[in-house]
Ligand binder design. Structure first.
Ligand code: NDP
Length: 419
């Protein structure tokens, strides 16, 4: 029986919390800690009569290492599940390594202020050395390997769907279907409709930073950079239909090409509708996607945070979103000397997710694997001290739990390939 400390209480957290409550044989106690404690209390109210997991709540500022360490010492969790903002990954990792607690997050570290001169210097160096320009990468988090190893605990990076399940799909494909994987295309399709002209389906700030930044893919040992939204393909997604998808940089390419150096090319595509792209371009052109503070009257504001405050909260989209997501990986490689193509994917229905836990499918597809990652560490089924990405563990128990906890996956042989 394990104790889990959940940091954050937004869209993804609300699903992870629901799933922790469903898995009460593993999680005997959960503390929900976030900036707005009323949201944590509402979650406790919602689930406490439906689970034997004992739930407590507390207000916390994840920017304060002191507060995090105090809470860890008081609650004494086995696992800390970070489903808040990636700005806090480093502080939370430090607190976990120093106090021998397993750590999990769902997005690679990026700083809140990308103009911070110290961070900027390291960033410019990384752009030159590695060749990709996204604000997020794994280098700093990976540098905590020895600290976690010496503490005898695990940091599991990127435990949502993508990154997360997509990493496990690659490990599963390699274990069961391929002697050698040459090409991987990760396709993230949201065929859902929430009825708003413009809304993001997870944290607005992180989503817009990710999508508006220059795109990259990995080919023959190098990153290839192209302008944002400049590579477009149409794909006919199983159970969703034809959608336009655009090449993006995504963090799992960084870890997967390191852990499977045989992969010759890896690309990531996400679907977007015309209305989303037009709004995003317009907001970018007027400067509202900037994260540098500007003076407004007597106050300083951060434009992208001001924009977020005006937009629909992604965690409220559940009741109005209809349609399905389809996220998966297309593999090309060899088995027993024969060329082989397979597609592993999950389809998730927004309204079914809403009926079950009160959230849309993007939060659902992230929150379920976050709970699974926590459970595999808590039960010791995944056991290695250090800092790892999900593809570095046995994929089988994770794949079994996806089926059990609401994200069944499918495999199709000889799918249509992305040109
Ligand atoms: P939300 O904005 O809905 O939730 C963020 C939560 O963090 C909120 O509860 C917020 O509190 C809390 N928070 C923010 N600042 C602080 C702070 N200083 N101290 C304590 N708590 C704080 O985001 P999502 O749920 O949509 O996304 C959560 C994470 O999941 C993000 O990192 C996102 O990038 C990642 N993600 C990963 C995916 C994957 O597949 N791997 C897919 C989708 C998202 P408050 O309520 O006060 O605002």
């Amino acid at each position: 029986m394990s104790k889990v400390l959940v940091i954050g209480c937004g869209g993804v957290a609300s699903v992870a919390i629901a799933k922790i409550c469903q898995n009460d044989k593993v999680f005997s106690e959960m503390c929900i800690a976030s900036r707005t404690v009323s949201k944590c209390e509402a979650m406790k109210e919602k689930w406490q009569d439906k689970t034997s997991t004992k739930i407590s709540t507390v207000q916390i500022d994840a920017n304060s290492k002191e507060q995090v360490v105090d809470l860890i010492k008081k609650f004494q969790p086995d696992v800390l599940l970070h489903v808040g903002m990636p700005f806090h990954n480093i502080i939370l990792m430090q607190a976990c390594a120093e106090n021998k607690v397993h750590y999990i997050d769902t997005a690679a570290y990026e700083p809140e202020d990308t103009n911070d001169p110290v961070w900027r210097e390291g960033y410019e160096k990384r752009c030159k050395e590695k060749g990709f320009v996204a604000y997020f990468d794994y280098a700093e988090q990976w540098s905590y390997f020895e600290k976690f190893k010496n503490a005898g605990v695990t940091a599991l990076l990127g435990g949502g769907f993508d990154p997360g399940v997509t990493n496990v799909f690659v490990a599963y494909a390699k274990k069961h279907f391929f002697d050698q994987i040459d090409y991987v295309d990760i396709l993230d399709c949201n065929g859902g409709d929430h009825g708003y002209p413009f809304a993001t389906n997870f944290n607005t700030e992180i989503n817009l930073r990710e999508v508006s930044s220059p795109a990259d893919y990995y080919e023959n040992g190098k990153w290839v950079s192209v302008p944002a939204m400049s590579i477009k393909r149409e794909y006919d997604f199983p159970e969703v239909g034809k959608k336009d998808m655009y090449l993006l940089h995504h963090e799992e390419i960084e870890s997967l090409t390191k852990n499977f150096p045989e992969i010759k090319r890896m690309r990531f595509y996400m679907t977007f509708g015309k209305s989303y792209l037009t709004h995003m371009k317009c907001l970018e052109n007027v400067g509202l996607l900037n994260s540098t503070p500007v003076k407004f009257g007597e106050h300083k504001i951060i434009p992208i945070q001001f924009l977020k405050s005006l937009m629909p909260d992604p965690s409220t989209l559940g009741p109005r979103t209809v349609g399905k997501t389809n996220i998966g990986c297309i593999f090309t490689g060899y088995k027993d000397g024969q060329k082989k193509n397979i597609y592993i994917y999950n389809v998730c229905d927004h309204q079914e997710a809403y009926k079950e836990v009160g959230s849309q499918a993007i939060s659902y597809t992230t929150g379920v694997p976050a709970m699974i990652s926590a459970a595999l560490l808590a039960t010791g089924q995944w056991k290695k001290a250090g800092v790892f990405n999900l593809e570095e563990f046995d994929p089988d128990p994770f794949m079994d739990m996806l089926n059990k906890f609401g994200l069944p996956w499918q495999i199709s042989e000889n799918p249509v390939l992305v040109e």
